[in-house]
Design a protein around this ligand. Structure first.
Ligand SMILES: Nc1ncnc2c1ncn2[C@@H]1O[C@H](COP(=O)(O)OP(=O)(O)O)[C@@H](O)[C@H]1O
Ligand SMILES: Cc1ncc(COP(=O)(O)O)c(N)n1
Length: 265
């Protein structure tokens, strides 16, 4: 039986991140992707020039339409933009007991654009992250969520521990794409008992647009395919590393990671 994964996220007109990356990732895992769009960004490889929210009523309608008709095997959230959308999404997910939930706490793009209003961070912390099976902050987001600076692996572990205890996500994965030197690409997993370091090959490329979206979508796809959480994260990490190795040199800025590798060999 074909598995179905839901992404609740924003549109990236440049096609590298957001809902476009999520649906592409689901497709390359042979998982049918359904989507609830939260906002539209005017964006390319150089940055975000405009953002417009979808109305909360329409976000809810999309989720309702999907849940009325499909059995959903896993969900990921990406760019949610504001507190009102987060509240509505959190309420929908709670009501429907959608527990295979990956929360990518998207707050800022790699090019530095703010993707979440300041006041929405509290709603994310209080309403959404506690429902997550796994939350996947990057360095910057982990700093905001843990209220500490992150420069070393020890800092990543401490931040993961703080986020786990303060925000009650079941597993925290602090991603290392924003770290420097040999720490780039090392992700820290904390499940309340064990820390695990997930080390990928460091890929020397500027074309990293969409790494975080791709990782969280690949975790959701692998959960939909009935992998256990740790195996899903390992498989997703391998997928992102390969996508970085096949990243696309498009546009004048940070090009997108490449998903076509299964078709290229
Ligand atoms: N240059 C790189 N080489 C190898 N892995 C990377 C590189 N950049 C990012 N990653 C990996 O991509 C995934 C997404 O992380 P990150 O880039 O930190 O997220 P975000 O896009 O949310 O900022 C993580 O598994 C991270 O380790
Ligand atoms: C619509 C949308 N969602 C998420 C991101 C973050 O992606 P990245 O961290 O790779 O810039 C983005 N730039 N745009």
């Amino acid at each position: 039986m074909t598995k179905v994964a839901l992404t609740i996220a924003g549109s990236d007109s440049g096609g590298g991140a957001g809902i476009q990356a999520d649906l592409r990732t689901f497709a390359f895992h042979c998982v049918h992707g359904v989507s609830a769009l939260t906002c539209v960004t005017a964006q390319n490889t150089l940055g975000v020039s405009a953002v417009e929210a979808i109305s909360v009523a329409m976000v809810i309608k999309q989720i309702e339409a999907i849940l009325q008709d499909f059995e959903i095997n896993a969900v990921k959230t990406g760019m949610l933009l504001n507190g009102t959308i987060i509240e509505a999404v959190a309420q929908q997910l709670k009501q429907r007991h959608l527990s295979q939930l990956v929360v990518d706490p998207v707050m800022v793009s790699r090019t530095g654009a703010k993707l979440l209003n300041q006041q929405a961070i509290d709603s994310l912390k209080q309403l959404l992250i506690p429902q997550a099976l796994i939350v996947t902050p990057n360095r910057y987001e982990a700093q905001l969520l843990s209220e500490m600076e992150i420069n070393t692996i020890e800092d990543m572990k401490q931040a993961a521990n703080k986020i786990y205890h303060n925000l009650r996500a079941k597993v925290v994965l602090v991603k290392g794409g924003g770290m420097s030197g040999s720490l780039k690409g090392v992700d820290v997993w904390f499940d309340g008992n064990e820390y695990e370091l997930l080390r990928g090959t460091i890929v020397d490329t500027k074309n990293t647009h969409g790494t975080g979206c791709t990782l969280s979508a690949a975790i959701a796809a692998n959960l939909a395919l009935e992998k256990d959480l740790y195996s899903a994260v390992q498989a997703a990490k391998n997928y992102v590393t390969t996508a970085l190795q096949h990243s696309l040199n498009l546009g004048a800025g940070n090009g997108p990671v490449g998903h076509f590798f299964p078709l290229l060999s």
